[in-house]
Design a protein around this ligand. Structure first.
Ligand code: SF4
Length: 512
């Protein structure tokens, strides 16, 4: 039963106010710039939306690797003196949406390891679906692990590979990996960028005017450090940069790519170009489709900020109705901790979103959001708008109903916690208390993607997974494990850790 109110009644804090899927990571790689660590730091700022719980940078200077990682925002982990400790003209960086608990810091990337012929650092965005099998195999053969991250498996496989030169070790390793990985590696003399054959997670390449190469999860990072976008790292491609220039290799036979459609719906910044398509344009068109498919008489269109704004603009323009800021988001509450004794219903959502009475009073309001996960936040938003005087509240969702969890590097709750997996649209409408509710139809979403449509993963909307974990049982992580700000986690799971579920529940293996 999806019932936030029940949680409150049992004495648990209201943790679902940020009821969204979460991107796990963002990665950056710089080669050939004397300011590599500072550029990396700035690029990580641009990618902060992809992970707020940990950040790290590794630089290489005269064959010496220097690493600084920490828990928190990029601005909390780094300062001038720390960046001064990271000399060198190549660097990789990582922002992470991480787990709670004492193991948190050691899971913050990039990771660095030494092997027979040198050292290698890696930063990874994604999730390996065969992580358990690989780790079990390595442990049976004597490997010792320091973290619970699937990325450490990659380093072990590189160290154990007998291939030479180094680049063949990476290829040898990647051929054993299944699932989602966009990774950057740094060695004494090389920067390597790799994207899995499905291309689930994005990775782009750019260049600065001084010739330095830049890799990043999104183009917004390139823009910030004045690197010109050159192209995507193609699915299944390995790009090697060293003083001799650039080399590209094909990792393995190309399968049909399966880029994550959620990057366009929610994860990526609207100013990014992801999978060759403007995120802003996508979201605006999602809103326009909603206005065409699910029109309603209304006086004003508002957004659930920030992620619903562009779709709301599209809806308003298509419907010919004014767009107003009916909800104001506070950007300063991210790490507030609510004491368990403060059992105040809707406290969390009110901290983050404030209604504007002057916009809402007596109005028929269309409110556009990017997605509904458990439905608890939506119900609070509807109540907030009605309490602020809205006469009618019509919820429009700029994505199809989510019915399945993700295996590929996105933190989603168990499938049975997804409200659209349990209830039909009318039942959800009743649950959230809106006067009407409509989702973006999946077929219209696919049509919009046109010829590229087959190259996208829609698994969380249709349950058709491009690649499944090989074992009968998979390890999933409860959404409630993520508790750093006190708003997002269930208290009972602070020390909850891992749970085992049968594979047929189609849960997510959450390692990274
Ligand atoms: S299952 Fe959903 S969130 Fe995961 S990669 Fe596919 S589209 Fe993206």
């Amino acid at each position: 039963m999806i019932a936030m109110e029940d949680d409150d009644d049992q004495g648990y804090i209201d943790h679902d106010n940020d009821d969204k899927p979460r991107e796990e990571c963002g990665v950056v790689g710089i080669f050939g710039d004397p300011e590599a660590s500072r550029l990396c730091y700035l690029a990580l700022h641009a990618l902060q939306h992809r992970g707020q719980e940990g950040a790290g940078i590794v630089t290489v200077n005269e064959n010496i690797f220097k690493t600084i990682t920490g828990v928190g925002l990029v601005s909390e982990v780094f300062n001038e003196s720390k960046l001064n400790q990271l000399p060198g003209d190549s660097a990789i960086g990582h922002v992470r949406y991480s787990t709670a608990g004492s193991s948190m810091l050691k899971n913050v990337q990039p990771f660095v390891a030494g092997y027979r012929f040198g050292s290698v650092g890696v930063a990874h965005n994604g999730n390996l679906v065969n992580y358990r099998a690989l780790r079990n195999n390595l442990e049976e053969n004597g490997s010792i692990f320091n973290t619970s991250s699937d990325t450490e498996v990659v380093l072990h496989l590189i160290a154990k590979s007998k291939a030479r030169p180094f680049i063949l070790r990476i290829i040898d390793t990647c051929e054993k990996l299944e699932g989602a990985y966009s990774m950057v590696f740094v060695t004494e003399d090389k920067l390597v960028a790799v994207r899995d054959p499905y291309g689930f997670r994005p990775l782009v390449m750019g260049r600065r005017s001084n010739g330095a190469y830049v890799f990043a999860s999104e183009t917004c990072a390139l823009d910030l450090i004045e690197a010109t976008y050159e192209r995507e790292v193609n699915p299944g491609e390995v790009i090697v940069i060293d003083k001799g220039g650039i080399q590209t290799l094909c990792l393995m036979p190309h399968k049909e790519p399966k880029a994550c459609i959620f990057e366009h719906i929610y994860f990526s910044q609207p100013n990014s170009v992801v999978f060759g398509r403007s995120v802003y344009k996508s979201r605006r068109e999602f809103g326009e489709i909603l206005a065409t498919e699910a029109p309603v008489d209304c006086d004003v269109v508002i957004a659930v900020p920030d992620s619903g704004v562009v779709a709301a603009l599209g809806y308003a323009a298509k419907a010919g109705v004014p767009f107003e800021q009916g909800l104001i988001r506070s950007h300063y509450v991210g790490r507030t901790f609510i004491e368990p004794s403060q059992r105040i219903r809707d406290f969390g959502v009110k901290l983050k979103l404030a209604p504007v009475k002057g916009v809402l009073e007596g109005k028929r309001v269309v409110v556009v959001d990017d997605s509904i996960v458990r439905g608890t936040t939506s119900s609070k938003i509807v109540r907030l708008l009605k309490e602020a005087g809205a006469k009618e509240v019509h919820m429009r969702i700029a994505s199809p109903p989510m019915i399945a969890s993700c295996y590929y590097g996105v933190d989603t709750p168990n499938s049975d916690e997804l409200i659209s997996n349990r209830l039909n649209v009318e039942e959800i409408r009743k649950f959230i208390g809106s006067d009407s509710l409509a989702f973006l139809p999946l077929e219209r979403l696919k049509n919009l993607m046109g010829d590229d449509s087959k190259g996208y993963c829609y698994a969380c909307f249709n349950g058709k997974y491009p690649v499944l974990p090989p074992n009968k049982e998979v390890t999933v992580k409860k959404m409630g494990d993520f508790v750093e700000d006190g708003l997002n986690g269930s208290l009972k799971s602070i020390n909850g850790g891992w749970v085992q579920v049968p594979r047929d529940q189609l849960e997510t293996e959450k390692i990274n």
